[in-house]
Design a protein around this ligand. Structure first.
Ligand code: HEM
Length: 282
């Protein structure tokens, strides 16, 4: 059954918690790399037996969002990642946004089909990369994020196949997608906390603003046709909640410094994804 939840109802749902193996890095990894910035704007691990972290994460994840304490030490880490991300939106993108708009609002976008195809191709490269990284799981945490139901690679493959059947030429991936994919591969090996930040932002952004954008583009150039990219095979709010629970659990074994390091990566996630979004207007 495809999820038909309206965008506003797909967030903050409460699901049940599945126990996870508690994993903790043997040593924190902090790399401050000189990164190739996009032109407009990315060990050792040991298994531990279940610990109080798991119990705390489970309790936090099971609490309905509204009843959670406002003390940041008791909040799930996903709420902290979300809060940082929301502030990086512009005021016209989301109510909680704090940035001044630097581009026309989505409602005024004039997308081209060629630009949208470029966006879909680069998005597919990013999802292929994320999904390969969690399949290989060079860091044991990543294995928790296999088969979440949020995967987009196959859906995008179907959409691109459909466009091809309609006679459209499918472009090769372009530089925003290629540089983001390289960055993610590098991060996944060297900086798992930062990688998790991108994982969260890419999948969750797509279910919020990404869907809004997809709807607007479909109205303007696709005769309202809904692509597979915007459909999930089961209840989206439940899928999101399952992933929130796992993210909270993984992060519950991190030090305060590691959490801060993860949150700080949000800005890069916005820069890389923003570059790919801009392809729609190219
Ligand atoms: C034109 C661009 C964008 C628009 C219009 C947009 C819009 C939105 C909206 C309306 C929400 C829902 C707010 C709510 O729950 O009340 C949202 C959530 C979010 N956005 Fe964006 N956004 C955009 C770009 C981005 C980018 C580039 C990222 C990062 C890669 C991002 C990350 C997120 C995250 C993490 C959430 C929270 C999702 C959740 O609560 O599950 N957004 N966005």
């Amino acid at each position: 059954m495809a999820s038909t939840l309206p965008i506003s109802q797909s967030h903050g749902g409460v699901g049940h918690h599945k126990p996870l193996v508690s994993l903790r890095p043997r040593s924190p990894i902090f790399h401050s790399w000189a990164l190739p910035r996009p032109h407009l704007a990315p060990d050792g691990l040991s298994l531990r037996s279940p610990s109080p972290f798991v119990v705390l994460a489970a309790r936090t994840a099971e609490m309905p969002r509204k009843k959670r304490s406002s003390s940041s030490s008791e909040k799930g880490f996903v709420e902290e990642m979300r809060a940082v991300a929301m502030k990086l939106h512009t005021r016209d993108q989301a109510k909680e946004g704090e940035k001044e708009p630097d581009a026309p609002p989505v409602a005024k976008w004039e997308p081209s089909l060629q630009g949208y195809l470029r966006f879909l191709v680069d998005s597919k490269l990013v999802y292929d990369t994320l999904e390969t990284i969690v399949r290989k799981a060079s860091c044991p945490w990543y294995a928790e994020f296999r088969n979440t139901g949020l995967e987009r690679s196959e859906k995008l493959a179907k959409d691109l196949e459909w466009f091809k059947e309609q006679g459209h030429v499918i472009p090769e991936p372009s530089s925003p997608g290629i540089s983001y994919a390289h960055y993610l591969e590098e991060l996944s090996e060297k900086d798992p906390q930062a990688f998790i930040c991108h994982f969260y932002n890419v999948y969750f952004a797509h279910t919020a603003g990404g869907r809004m954008i997809g709807k607007k583009v479909a109205e303007k150039i696709l005769n309202n046709m809904e692509l597979e990219f915007y459909k999930w095979d089961s209840d989206l709010s439940q899928l999101l909640q399952n992933v929130r629970d796992k993210l909270n659990q993984v992060a519950s074994s991190w030090s305060r410094e590691e959490r801060k390091h993860c949150l700080k990566e949000t800005e890069k996630s916005f820069k890389y994804s923003g570059e790919i979004l801009r392809l729609i207007l190219s």
